[in-house]
Design a protein around this ligand. Structure first.
Ligand code: PTT
Ligand code: SF4
Length: 609
């Protein structure tokens, strides 16, 4: 086998045992890696109804056939499990040296089951695998825990850790690496905490075998060179994803006041230029020549790594416009191991609930001091923090009445930082994302605002699917960073060439698109089996965007149209080969090689032809 190491590590924390499993060649070709592997393994191995925070859930850490190899921005890793936030399939993508080390240690994936009898960490050094006590680092924040582990395991060890939020099972706790990379928005950090697992340390001394090293070096060198010569490379290196703040403001999509508005009066004091004024350095993932982690000095004089989502969610969305204060909140989220997107959402939701008199505590928009404290309370599940630790869907259920109308989530996962009052295509992208409202699978918004932005035409559904195939299918299975393509414009044709050089297998871009469709159908089947039934209610954007129009900015008065959105969703289902309930048709599943899935789904919901 080339590109793949050919081996999976299985760890049973109940029994403190591990085993090595051979990776089946047909399985590898059919699912490729990363999300492809995780979605199929969770389908095959989890009993329906498994408690996401119970020992029978599986935490999967998976590379793909390009991960860690000489390929642009290839230091990425998929972390997946059944989500405690949504109850469905959940995953995230984290940039970390652990991705490189996993391949070097000789594994394509680690599958962790069970619950360790005491606070532990998993240490993998090539063939040596052990579960070690972690009492001395349990309770530490992610930065301190990782620093201590580095003293023992060295500078180059790949380290994934959780913070107090993961230990306390906050439903949107993530896994953190390298003091600023975060992965697993749908609570994958809480799954790790539920297993009593504080850290995973990976060190490898081998090399992933590749089919044609000469060709790989040639193609990758050309790709790295292309990236550097792209016209927007220089500006990307200055601002990275932070350039989106200004763009969001100009296009009325910057979320403000819990997604009530798409413009924010203080956007200039939190945009990419404001960031540049306090920037001290730049960090990133391994194997990347367009590193985008902008490190600034925050209000407390400490380093904090900023991205657009973090700044919009902990800034304008909660009514705060000071970049250095926002940077403190972002650093705390990284230290506690909390997803900034869900965090900014739950705080924004609580502020709106307080404004409406639904909360006992008075929480003011932009109250930095109170939010600073509240983040710790969420991670420790203290007082009001205990409520916010549950995410907006459960918060709305507890508050009752019409609170659900301003709970900004889809399927329980909070929306990323794009206001969709006036972007039906992006609303559809959130509504049909396979993990809940994340932008990672389809970021059609920049295309949408530059075309017929208010239309609900079939071309929008087609664009969402095109993105989902490339981003959610190809990049999440190869596993490499998608930003060279989407942000600086690297030609997509590089990827089949790199894949061929790594694995020796020819797969065209169309084949990768079919892979994306297979993964989408597989993940949808997982949700349907977990929920026991399915209908289009689950594929709806948050109610606020339909009901409460924008009151400011050039698009004042805009809101989504419910009936027209249903038409757009119909186009989406039709193009995917799914029926009007959002369930893949029998013929679609057959075409994708998922006959067994068809049989099981037919028993649960009855399939359409
Ligand atoms: C990702 C999500 C994002 S997406 C952001 S900023 W973005 C937030 N970052 C957080 C953070 O930081 N700290 C924190 N405590 N919580 C955070 N939550 C949010 O998590 C990330 C980059 C970015 S920055 C993006 S778009 C791209 N995402 C990729 C992806 O999903 N797949 C892929 N193949 N390549 C990608 N490249 C880019 O990676 P999740 P990272 Mg992340 C501090 O994990 O769960 O997918 O959520 O991984 O290493 O931080 O890189 O404007
Ligand atoms: Fe990581 Fe940014 Fe490079 Fe992607 S572009 S690999 S997120 S540093």
């Amino acid at each position: 086998m080339h590109g793949w190491t050919g081996r999976i590590l299985r760890v049973d924390l109940n029994r403190l045992e591990h085993s090595f499993q051979k990776l089946d060649g047909d399985f590898a070709r059919k699912w490729v890696g990363g999300r492809g592997f995780a979605s199929r393994i969770l389908w095959e191995e989890l009993e329906p109804g498994t408690d996401p925070l119970g020992p029978d859930n599986e935490l999967i850490i998976a590379r793909g056939p390009l991960t860690g190899l000489l390929a642009p921005s290839s230091g990425k890793l998929v972390v997946a499990a059944k989500s405690p936030l949504t109850g469905g399939y959940g995953d995230g993508n984290i940039g970390t040296t652990a991705s490189v080390e996993l391949g070097k240690a000789g594994y394509d994936a680690i599958i962790i089951r069970g619950r360790a009898p005491r606070h532990s960490m998993l240490v993998v050094e090539d063939n040596k695998v052990s579960v070690e006590p972690a009492e001395d680092i349990w309770g530490l924040d992610t930065f301190e825990a990782e620093r201590r582990l580095r003293k023992t395991y060295g500078r180059f060890a790949g380290i994934l850790v959780i913070g107090p939020a993961g230990e306390n099972l906050v439903r949107y706790a993530t896994i953190i690496s390298q003091e600023g990379r975060s992965g697993g928005r749908p609570g994958i950090g809480a799954v790790m905490g539920s297993k009593n697992l504080k850290a995973v340390v990976i060190k490898g001394s081998g090399e992933v075998p590749v089919a044609d090293k000469k060709e790989l070096v040639k193609t990758a060198t050309q790709a790295f060179r292309d990236i550097k010569h792209k016209p927007n490379y220089e500006f990307w290196m200055r601002q990275g994803t932070m350039m989106t703040v200004q763009w969001g403001q100009e296009n009325s999509v910057l979320p403000a006041y819990n997604y009530s508005e798409g413009v924010f009066e203080a956007s200039e004091s939190m945009d990419g230029y404001a960031m540049e004024r306090v920037k001290v350095t730049q960090r990133g993932c391994p194997n990347c020549n367009m590193t985008c982690g902008n490190v600034v000095l925050d209000e407390e004089g400490k380093e904090s790594e900023l991205d657009y989502e973090n700044v919009a969610m902990l800034g304008s969305n909660i009514g705060l416009g000071d970049i250095r204060k926002i940077a403190v909140l972002n650093r705390l989220a990284d230290m506690y191991g909390l997803d900034t997107i869900s965090l900014g959402n739950t705080i924004g939701f609580a502020m709106e609930a307080s404004e409406k008199g639904l909360l006992e505590e008075k929480l003011e928009w932009g109250d930095y001091e109170r939010v600073r404290e509240l983040i710790g309370e969420i991670a420790r599940r203290e007082g009001l923090g205990g409520l916010l630790a549950e995410g907006t869907r459960r918060m709305a259920e507890r508050l009752g009445g019409e609170a659900y109308k301003f709970a900004m989530n889809v399927k329980g996962l909070e929306t990323s930082a794009y206001d969709c009052h006036a972007t039906p295509g992006m609303a559809l992208a959130f509504a049909t994302s396979p993990i809940g409202a994340h932008h990672k699978d389809a970021w059609v918004i920049s295309w949408e605002v530059s075309t017929d932005r208010l239309s609900y035409g079939r071309e929008k559904a087609a664009k969402v699917i095109e993105h989902q195939r490339i981003r959610g299918g190809m990049f999440e299975s190869l596993v490499t960073c998608r930003l060279p393509w989407i942000e600086v414009g690297l030609d997509l044709d590089y990827y089949p060439r790199l894949f061929k050089a790594a694995t020796g297998i020819s797969m065209s871009l169309d084949d990768f698109m079919a892979l994306g469709d297979r993964i989408y159908a597989q993940i949808r089947a997982f949700w349907i089996r977990e929920y026991g039934s399915w209908d289009r209610r689950y594929d709806q954007p948050p109610a606020k965007w339909f009901e409460k129009p924008l009151t400011k900015g050039p698009l004042k008065g805009a809101k989504l149209d419910y009936t027209r959105y249903q038409g757009l969703l119909d186009h989406y289902y039709d193009l995917r080969g799914w029926d009007t309930r959002g369930i893949p048709r029998r013929g679609t599943l057959r075409r994708l090689g998922l006959e067994d899935v068809a049989e099981e789904l037919d028993r649960i919901v009855g399939l359409s032809e």
